[in-house]
Design a binder for this molecule. Structure first.
Ligand code: NAP
Ligand code: GDP
Length: 349
C-alpha cells in the first residue's frame, strides 16, 4: 500500500545539489569524540573497538558517557556536559531501549524520553559547533506495511508497527532533524540504521530485554530450575541480527568516511534473516537444554518481518566481513552465562 511512496522529505540526491560551501568540509585538527550511551550494548562495543582494536587514531580523545554523567532528557545537563568536553564529533547512541514487551507497556515513555534526548543532543551539538553527529536509528522505525527489502529511502513511507510506534516516531524525527539541520545550517549530521543487535553487555531483564538476551536468561533459569522454556509469540517472526562489535567497527567507518546526510542501514544480508525459532534452537543447543520448549502464542510476535537491504552499505564496503550469528552467539553465550552466574570469562571480540 505504501510501496514506493515518498512523503514530504526530499531525497538526498536533491540535497546533494544544494550549493553549501561546507558541502565538502574536511575535518580540521584533532577529533574529540563524545559517545552518548557509552555504557550500553553498543556504547561498550564502540569502546572496545576504540580502545582494544586500535580504532582510535593518535591524538584523538574519546569520551564515553552514561546517564550518570548527564541525563540527556534534561537540556541543562546536556548543555553542561557539552560545555565540559567541547566535542568536535558526537556518536549518539543513548536512548531509552527495550524489547517488544517493554515497548508494549511503555510506548509513551519511549516517545517522550527519546524525543527529548535526541532534540537535546542534536540542538546542543549544533550550538557547540560540532562538525558531525552520527545518531542511531533502528530497522523497527520503517513502515509496517511495505515492500521488501526495506531500504534507506523508505523511512517515512507509512506508519510503523503499532507495538513500538512511540520509539519509531521519535527515531524518525532524528532523520527529519538531520535533514533540516543540513538545509538550514549545512551541518553534516547523519544516522545509522542497525537491525537487531546482540553481544556482550546487553540487558538481560526478562520482561524488558530484546529477544536474544531474554531467551538466554530464560533458558539459563529453565535449565537451572528444571522447568519449561517459555518463548513468547509463535516463533515465526523473522529478524536479522548484527553482532555489536561489527556494528561498532562500521560505526567508526561512518564517523570517519560516510559523507551523506541520508542514513545508512548497517545489516547483514537478507539471506542471513532467521526466525525467532532459529534463535531459540541455537540458544537451546548452546545451553544443552533438554527440557520442553513452549511457544505462548497468546503473546505478540511484534512486526512479522523487517527485512532490510544492505545494498547501500555493500556499495561502500563490499568486503566487510560480518561475524556469523553462530560465532557471535557462542561468544555472547559465554559472556551472558558468566554474567548470570557471576563467573568471570574473558570477552572475546
Ligand atoms: P542500552 O544497552 O540500553 O544502552 C542505552 C544507553 O543509553 C546506556 O548507556 C544508557 O545509560 C544511555 N541512556 C539511556 N537513557 C539516558 C538518558 N536519559 N540520559 C543519558 N543516557 C541515557 O541500548 P543499546 O542496545 O546499546 O542501544 C544503543 C542504540 O542502538 C540506541 O539508540 C538504540 O535505539 C539503538 N538500537 C539498538 C538495537 C538493539 O537491538 N539493542 C537495535 C537497533 C537500534 P545508563 O547505562 O547509564 O542507563
Ligand atoms: P523487535 O525485534 O524490535 O520486535 O524486539 P525483540 O528483540 O524484543 O524481539 C521480539 C520478537 O521475539 C517477537 O517476535 C517476540 O514474539 C519474540 N520473542 C520470543 N520470546 C521472547 C522473549 O522472551 N522476549 C522478547 N523480547 N521477545 C521474544
Amino acid at each position: 500500500m505504501f510501496a514506493g511512496r515518498s512523503y514530504h522529505l526530499p531525497s538526498f540526491t536533491v540535497l546533494q545539489l544544494l550549493p553549501f560551501s561546507c558541502q565538502m568540509e574536511k575535518q580540521i585538527g584533532t577529533m574529540r569524540v563524545l559517545v552518548t550511551g557509552g555504557s550500553g550494548l553498543v556504547g561498550k562495543a564502540i569502546q572496545h573497538v576504540v580502545k582494544e582494536e586500535g580504532g582510535a587514531r593518535e591524538g584523538e580523545e574519546w569520551i564515553f558517557l552514561s546517564s550518570k554523567d548527564a541525563d540527556l532528557t534534561n537540556a541543562a545537563e546536556t548543555r553542561a556536559i557539552f560545555e565540559k568536553h567541547r566535542p568536535t564529533h558526537v556518536v549518539h547512541v543513548a536512548a531509552m531501549v527495550g524489547g517488544l514487551f517493554r515497548h508494549l507497556r511503555q510506548n509513551l515513555d519511549f516517545w517522550r524520553n527519546n524525543v527529548c534526548i535526541n532534540d537535546n543532543v542534536l540542538q546542543t551539538a549544533h550550538e557547540f559547533g560540532v562538525v558531525k553527529v552520527v545518531s542511531c536509528l533502528s530497522t523497527c522505525i520503517f513502515p509496517d506495511k511495505t515492500t521488501y527489502p526495506i531500504d534507506e529511502t523508505m523511512i517515512h513511507n507509512g506508519p510503523p508497527h503499532e507495538s513500538n510506534s512511540g520509539y519509531a516516531y521519535a527515531k524518525r524525527m532524528v532523520d527529519v532533524h538531520n535533514r533540516a539541520c543540513w538545509t538550514q545550517y549545512g551541518r553534516r549530521y547523519t544516522a545509522v540504521i542497525p537491525t537487531n543487535i546482540f553481544g556482550p553487555h546487553d540487558n538481560f531483564n526478562i520482561e524488558d530485554a530484546h529477544v536474544l538476551p531474554a531467551l538466554v536468561h530464560k533458558t539459563y533459569k529453565a535449565k537451572r530450575d528444571g522447568t519449561a522454556l517459555e518463548v513468547w509469540g509463535s516463533g515465526h517472526a523473522l529478524r536479522q541480527f548484527i553482532y555489536s562489535l561489527d556494528l561498532a567497527r562500521l560505526y567508526l567507518w561512518v564517523l570517519r568516511e560516510y559523507d551523506e546526510v541520508e542514513p545508512i542501514i548497517l545489516s547483514v544480508g537478507q539471506e542471513e534473516e532467521i526466525t525467532i525459532k532459529d534463535v531459540v534452537d541455537a540458544i537451546v543447543e548452546a545451553f544443552g537444554f533438554t527440557g520442553p520448549v513452549i511457544y505462548d502464542t497468546s503473546k505478540s510476535d511484534g512486526q512479522m518481518k523487517k527485512t532490510a537491504s544492505n545494498a547501500k552499505l555493500r556499495s561502500y564496503r563490499p568486503d566487510f566481513t560480518f561475524t556469523p550469528f553462530q560465532t557471535g552467539k557462542h561468544q555472547t553465550h559465554a559472556y551472558d552465562t558468566s554474567t548470570l552466574l557471576g563467573i568471570h570469562y574473558p570477552v572475546h571480540q
